[in-house]
Every structure is written in structure tokens, then in C-alpha cells.
Design a protein around this ligand. Structure first.
Ligand SMILES: Cc1cc2nc3c(=O)[nH]c(=O)nc-3n(C[C@H](O)[C@H](O)[C@H](O)COP(=O)(O)OP(=O)(O)OC[C@H]3O[C@@H](n4cnc5c(N)ncnc54)[C@H](O)[C@@H]3O)c2cc1C
Length: 465
């Protein structure tokens, strides 16, 4: 009899487990029956593409990469606009909002995140106030920012989604104010000195930042529509507001089933991504994505990651393990390694990248650091289009192993994040990084790359100019 695999959630987590299993389905022939259940009516939407749709680069519709029919055609029981209301781990069953009960041999929980909304926002109940978490939110924001008479925009939150919303508003010509908190932007990825470079860049695009310890104390409306916000003792005109103060793991379903959650509210898993109950792994129930906690690759502490780049790796592990069980080939089993969250984003034309820990995260974990920061062009200065890139490298002060990297520039950021992620995984030291040969062609790179300078500065060596 075919093994029943039930996946809850049709975000990147659920869809990538499904895609991995579909890719390998040939290996098990008729041995698996796949069901995916999701609340939205869409197939697979790339939420990562939504910020750029709001900036007008393409239509939101283009982010729906696969329609539901794509999966139905491959024999998947792909259920949209459906909700799982209960999991019974004891009976290996899930109950749907239609009262239907599905039995599973393997269950995958990929229920994602839910945006946190400050009480003052919820209580105001005004039109024109949105979160920025999914396609529905993006459509509402797009309609509101294009409505006639909209002039002023407000964003609460200095993370990537808040910044991307602010950029979209400023690009549209709206007077945009962003309220964050001290000390600077993107604090989970960037040290304040690097965050300030991003801030200066965005200020030139007309975005006003309030990064003091000030509270959003009221949202005021007229006829049920937002008209202004009150920050400290200042009233700021606002026709549209995006609240992007972070997202909590969506774990209610799992918690109600007795599944363990951790310090940051995420589902706790073992290395095989199996969930746990009272610390014991349940071998036929896995979880991944924004609803789970990860172990940090540098500090070895629990935390959230909430990046697509993390989720796709977890999806592979889960699919390999299900396949290993179904085919009785333990050689296929995989384990999820500690996480270093490589990230990159184009924020108003400035590329921002990071991997590993910030100086603050290292300090909180009791790791003493040394760092080196350098700014250099990305190719020979006589080549047209050479642009500056600032790179900060963070090393463990005792071992001098690389534990974090941050950069801002106009090109070569994504590939550098990936290169430095490998260096962190490999335990490369500052001296090894400094003495490593690097490819050179003046149209593409410098003879002495910014990485060498940053490593030398961390070692207290004066770079060669
Ligand atoms: C606007 C935006 C841009 C982003 N850009 C990037 C980027 O450029 N790079 C990057 O690495 N990361 C990015 N991220 C983060 C990345 O998108 C997330 O880490 C990823 O989408 C998480 O996927 P997920 O499947 O865990 O959760 P989600 O995408 O939240 O999906 C959860 C799914 O579970 C379903 N669900 C929940 N509860 C139930 C239930 N009871 N019954 C049925 N279905 C249920 C939901 O309907 C949904 O389908 C971005 C996030 C956002 C919001």
C-alpha cells in the first residue's frame, strides 16, 4: 500500500518538500501518495519576489510560479483554501476544516510565520494599515499605494520587509517615514556602522528615518481610513502604513498536538528535522521553515532563521529521510547542519549581504571578536562601471576563524556572501583568507580584493595600496 505523506503548508517549506519528493518519486514508483494542504487559493507563490513587484519591476501575478493544476497533474492531492484544524500524533491523523480526517504515514508541518502586530495597531481597526507577509498583503498594499490622493506613507519596522516597503513607497513618490529603533537598520544582519551606510543611501532617496527609542502611540483615522500616526509627541501624516515588526513562528497547531516549542516560540526539531514531544523525537512527523527553531552555526544557540535559503536546505533533508524510510534505504538519510543564514537583498539599489553572526550576536554568546572593514572597487578603477563595495569581516578573537561577514555595494554581493559562507563552514582563519589566491581579470575583479584588505585590517596588518 502506498505510504501517505501529508504536508501542511504551501509556502516555500511545504512546496520544496513536495518538489523534492516529486523529483524522487520515480525511485519509489507507486510507493507514495502526496497530499498538500494550504489556506491560500494560489499554487506556489515566491513571496521573495513580492517586494520587487511593489517597486514596479513586474506584476504580482508573475510571482505565482506554479498554479495548483501543475501539482494536480502530477498526481498530488493539492488542496487549496483548506485548513488543518487538528493534528493527532497518537492516531497519525489530521482533521481539516471540512471535518474530513486524513491518515498519514509521514506528516510535514510547514505552517510558516504570522506577523506580529502591536496592540495599538490592532485596536485602531483602520483601513490603509497592512502587514507585509504574503501575496494577499502585497496586493492590498499595491492597490492602496496606487489609489488617488495617497501622498504619505509610514512604515514601522527596520527589517528587510519594512525597508522594502519604504523603498516601494519612495519609488512611487510618496513622502515616506520609517520608524525603527536604535541603533540602526537591519540589526539582525548588520552592525550599526554598516546599517548606517544603508540608512544614508536610503535617505538620499527621500526616506526619513526615526531610529530613536520612540513609540508608535496612536493611529488616527477619518471615516475609518488612516490619516496620521503619532510617534512620541509628533503627529505624522500617513495615508498608508505597513507594519513589519517581525514574524512569530506559526505553531498553534503543533503546540495543540503537544509538540515541543523552544525559547523563540518555534518548533524544536532534531537533526533529521523530526519534531519532539517532551524531548523525544517523533520519527514520522517533521517540521521546517519559518515555524521552526534552528541551531546557530557559530554560537550553537537556538534562534529563528526565517529565510528561504534556510528552508530549501531543510526541505531536502526531510525529503531524503522520507524517501529513505519508504524505500528502506537508510543510506539516503540526511541531517540538517547548524545554520549560518546567508542573506542578500537589493534595497533601493544598494545590495546588502550578510552571513554568520553580527558583532552583537557574538558578544551576547560570549564570543570575543576582532573585525576588519575595508572599502574598495569591485574591478580595476580604469574600467567603466567599477563601483565601491564595503566589506566587514568578523573573526573569533582567539581562533581567528571567520564567524561573520557583512557587505554593502552595488555589485558582486551575492557571490561574496556564498563564498564567505563556505569559509565560515570550513573554519577558515583570517590568515588563511588573507593568503588565499583569488582569480583576477581587471574587467571583473581587483588584483588585491577587498576581502584581503578586510582580513589584514582584522589582523592589524596595513594593507598594500
Ligand atoms: C515579502 C517577503 C520577502 C522575502 N524575501 C526573501 C528573500 O529574498 N530571501 C530569503 O531567503 N527569504 C526571504 N523571505 C523569507 C522567506 O520567504 C521565508 O523564510 C519563507 O517563505 C518561509 O516559508 P514557509 O513555508 O516556512 O512559510 P510561509 O511562507 O509562511 O508558508 C506557510 C504556509 O502554511 C500555510 N498554513 C499555515 N497554517 C495552516 C493550517 N492550519 N492549515 C493549512 N495551511 C496552513 C499557509 O497558508 C502557507 O501556505 C521573504 C519573506 C517575505 C514575507
Amino acid at each position: 500500500m502506498a505510504k501517505e505523506v501529508v504536508i501542511i503548508g504551501g509556502g516555500i517549506g511545504g512546496i520544496y518538500v513536495l518538489r523534492n519528493l516529486l523529483a524522487k518519486k520515480g525511485e519509489v514508483k507507486e510507493g507514495m501518495h502526496l497530499t498538500l494542504i494550504k489556506r491560500e487559493k494560489s499554487g506556489w507563490v515566491s513571496v521573495c519576489g513580492l517586494p520587487y513587484a511593489l517597486r514596479g519591476w513586474y506584476e504580482i501575478d508573475r510571482t505565482e510560479i506554479n498554479k495548483p493544476q501543475f501539482f494536480l497533474d502530477q498526481g498530488v492531492d493539492f488542496r487549496t483554501e483548506t485548513e488543518v484544524v487538528q493534528i493527532s500524533v497518537e492516531e497519525s491523523m489530521v482533521t481539516l476544516d471540512t471535518s474530513e480526517v486524513l491518515r498519514y504515514d509521514y506528516l510535514v508541518i510547514a505552517t510558516g510565520r504570522k506577523p506580529s502586530v502591536p496592540a495599538v495597531v490592532g485596536e485602531a481597526k483602520l483601513e490603509g494599515v497592512y502587514t507585509f507577509n504574503n501575496e494577499d498583503d502585497a496586493r492590498k498594499i499595491e492597490a492602496a499605494m496606487n489609489a488617488e490622493g495617497v501622498k504619505n506613507a509610514f512604515v514601522r519596522g527596520r527589517g528587510i520587509n519594512g525597508l522594502q516597503a519604504a523603498v516601494a513607497f519612495a519609488t512611487k513618490g510618496l513622502q515616506t517615514t520609517l520608524l525603527g529603533g536604535p541603533p540602526s537598520l537591519l540589526p539582525s544582519c548588520l552592525d550599526p556602522d554598516m546599517g548606517d551606510m544603508l540608512k544614508e543611501w536610503l535617505e538620499k532617496q527621500g526616506i526619513r528615518f526615526i531610529l530613536e527609542r520612540k513609540l508608535l502611540t496612536a493611529l488616527k483615522g477619518d471615516g475609518g481610513r488612516l490619516k496620521s500616526v503619532v510617534v512620541g509627541d509628533e503627529e505624522i501624516p500617513a495615508d498608508i502604513a505597513v507594519i513589519a515588526v517581525g514574524a512569530d513562528p506559526n505553531t498553534e497547531l503543533a503546540s495543540n498536538a503537544g509538540i515541543d516549542t523552544g525559547e523563540y516560540g518555534g518548533i524544536v526539531t532534531d537533526k533529521g528535522m523530526h519534531v519532539q514531544r517532551s524531548g523525544c523525537s517523533i520519527n514520522n512527523v517533521c517540521a521546517l521553515g519559518d515555524c521552526v527553531e534552528v541551531i546557530d552555526g557559530v554560537t550553537h544557540c537556538s534562534r529563528l532563521s526565517q529565510y528561504a535559503s534556510t528552508v530549501v536546505v531543510q526541505a531536502k533533508v526531510i525529503a531524503d529521510n522520507i524517501l529513505g524510510e519508504v524505500t528502506a534505504r537508510p543510506g539516503l538519510y540526511a541531517s540538517y547542519e547548524p545554520c549560518i543564514s546567508p542573506s542578500v537583498a537589493d534595497i533601493g539599489g544598494l545590495l546588502v549581504g550578510s552571513v554568520g553572526v553580527t558583532s552583537e550576536a557574538a558578544a551576547m554568546a560570549g564570543i570575543k571578536t576582532v573585525s576588519g572593514k575595508a572599502t574598495k572597487l569591485t574591478k580595476a578603477r580604469y574600467f567603466p562601471g567599477a563601483k565601491p563595495l564595503t566589506l566587514k569581516l568578523i573573526f573569533d578573537a582567539y581562533t581567528t576563524k571567520l564567524i561573520g561577514a557583512q557587505m554593502v555595494g552595488e555589485s558582486t554581493v551575492a557571490e561574496r556572501v556564498n563564498e564567505l559562507a563556505v569559509a565560515i563552514y570550513a573554519g577558515i582563519t583570517a590568515k588563511e583568507l588573507r593568503n588565499m589566491e583569488r582569480c583576477y581579470d581587471p574587467s571583473l575583479s581587483l588584483l588585491i580584493d577587498v576581502t584581503i584588505d578586510a582580513a589584514e585590517l582584522a589582523l592589524g596588518i596595513t594593507p598594500v595600496y
